[in-house]
Design a protein around this ligand. Sequence first.
Ligand SMILES: [Zn+2]
Length: 143
Amino acid sequence: MNIKKNDTVKVITGKYKNVEGRVTATDPKNNTVTVENVNKQKRHEKARRAQEQSKIVEVEGPIDASNVMVVCPTCHKAIRVKKTELEVDGKKKNVRICPNCFKNGETVVLDKAFKKEAEAQTAAAPKRQRKRAKAEKTETTEE
Ligand SMILES: [Zn+2]
């Protein structure tokens, strides 16, 4: 499952189609996610103590992870998360990136924990600079 807590996701099918919300919980075992304001269910909560009152509370029920797509915080598109290996803090880590931004030469790391380091790292990455230099060369015709 490529969806993590606090991701913004968009529902792509069912009753809540096109609703966007923040992921509040994930359950990789059952391949479900719980999304803010999606799949709200009324639950009766019975008073357990004398001071408490029985009430009806609305809680979000989990939905199948295949029904949602992660929304990229940069291009705001619903994307199919791509995984790639990046060197973060001197260690190679699998990070989730946006394939749409990646196509445009930008590495948008979706994992907040690695975001800063990864972006700093990709900004200084010689690989990317080389790519850009090459692109410039093809654009400007050399004599
Ligand atoms: Zn993007």
